[in-house]
Design a protein. Sequence first.
Length: 296
Amino acid sequence: MTQNQVEPVNKTSVTLLGLGAMGTALARAWLAAGHPLTVWNRTPARAEAVAAEGARVADSAATAVAANTLIVVCLLDDASVDEALAGADLTGRDLVNLTTTTPAQARARAEWARERGARYLDGGIMAVPPMIGVPEAGGYVFYSGSRELFEEHHETLGVPAGTVHVGDDAGFAALHDVALLSAMYGMFAGAAHAFALIRKENIDPASLAPLLADWLVAMAPSVHQTAEQLRSGDYTKGVVSNLAMQTAGTPTFLNTAEEQGVSPELLAPYFELMHRRLAEGSGEEDLTGVVDLLVR
């Protein structure tokens, strides 16, 4: 080796089970970064593209698991994980499950892995496939479970997307994932209602869109105040527009929807919760008390 040559760095070998859109994106990110990769997919044809890029294709999930210590699973659902790993020997393996599941399923899978001699890490991917392997896209993955495993493989796991370890409880990654996505769908619901209101008018949706986006961005920081009120138990702290005032305004939203021929079904349930909280709480509160009504 000459003075100017750089000694090659040994990259961690990875086994990846599942080559759907997300799995394929993960595979390509690890291959591009120089990680030896063994893959398996239920439909072998799906492996052809990454095989052409350097991946080794295993003829079974068990064979793929046997090839490496670090096993990453990205399948359809929890039942698919059961089926794929049924015949695999997980002794001494590090199992990272990026399959979308519930927190309870993640906790059960962690115990399942432990009983089979494997360390376990659960993951919730906060990205879509085009964001994988593109750091500037801002995608990341929530991880929970074995912190030791996370720290040991942090560099490798960080290749496809950023990493955030949210706790030793294996269910926390799935919980964070669903919590954020639930808020996203709530935002989508509000945006859908807003566009529906102007749908029959001579208003270009493209002219409303930047106003709507800016307004949602301006309102987003309110989650910090909600969090602080939940932590302290004082729902009147820092209130700008109280529950009584906001509840009094709900008929305007419902009447406007009726005038515009728009169903109120996306807004009405939230307004009903506001009225319930007002009936049993304090009008000086923020809207935070609605959270307590949702918790059974």
